[in-house]
Design a binder for this molecule. Structure first.
Ligand code: HEC
Ligand code: HEC
Length: 155
């Protein structure tokens, strides 16, 4: 009986730790200025911990054809951003898959975490796309994705 409780305790502890981890993905303090200026004008600056090393390499080596737009930068900036993204890329197994289409929003963890969001909700004018994290995660810019900090636009 006692052992059973101990296991239960450890299990709950692990569970709460893993969800706390998932809910917080802060922007590393050493982000180069170029990341803000080059990668946050069309969408938020995605925290690097949300994609694997390989996925960031794929994103950064195809900027001229970036989701239907041209997001290319000069060679020096490309190297600077790439190295920093790789250094801070996802390390935990859960986030480290190579993302389909280089999208955070196509990873299996993203799909699983958002299975309660109905397809028509993503299309609301105030949201437009699953990639628009900050439409619902009001503190996404600070890397906070916990349940308490979600407000889904009604339209
Ligand atoms: C000219 C505009 C523009 C710039 C600049 C830009 N992006 Fe994007 N990015 C887009 C668009 C458009 C999408 C697709 C958004 C959508 O599907 O709603 C996108 C999507 C992404 C995604 C995938 C989001 C998802 O669906 O999970 C990543 C990752 C990304 N961008 C990284 C970057 C990085 C890194 C840089 C800087 C080197 C950058 N972007 C600069 C326009 C831009
Ligand atoms: C339509 C609104 C909406 C958008 C847009 C959205 N999310 Fe979410 N997100 C949710 C909801 C709802 C949940 C589930 C909350 C829950 O039940 O814990 C969630 C859960 C999460 C979680 C898990 C949080 C936890 O406590 O385990 C993460 C991480 C996350 N989202 C990241 C993102 C990222 C990164 C983006 C953009 C690429 C994004 N989300 C876009 C609504 C949204």
């Amino acid at each position: 009986m006692k052992i059973k409780y101990t296991y239960y305790f450890i299990f709950s502890l692990l569970l709460s730790m893993s969800s706390a981890f998932a809910a917080k993905m802060p922007m590393p303090a050493d982000a180069p200025a170029s990341y803000e200026s080059e990668c946050a004008s069309c969408h938020m600056a995605y925290p690097p911990g949300l994609l694997s090393e390989q996925s960031w390499k794929n994103v950064m080596s195809s900027l001229a054809k970036h989701f239907g737009t041209d997001a290319s930068v000069d060679a020096k900036t490309q190297l600077e951003i790439t190295n920093w993204l790789i250094k801070n890329a996802a390390t935990r197994q859960k986030y480290s898959e190579t993302a389909p289409e280089n999208r955070i929003t196509k990873t299996s963890w993203f799909v699983r975490k958002h299975d309660e969001v109905r397809p028509d909700v993503w299309k609301r004018a105030g949201i437009k796309s699953p990639a628009n994290c900050s439409a619902c995660h009001i503190d996404a810019a600070s890397g906070i994705f916990s349940e308490k900090n979600i407000k889904i636009p009604a339209k």
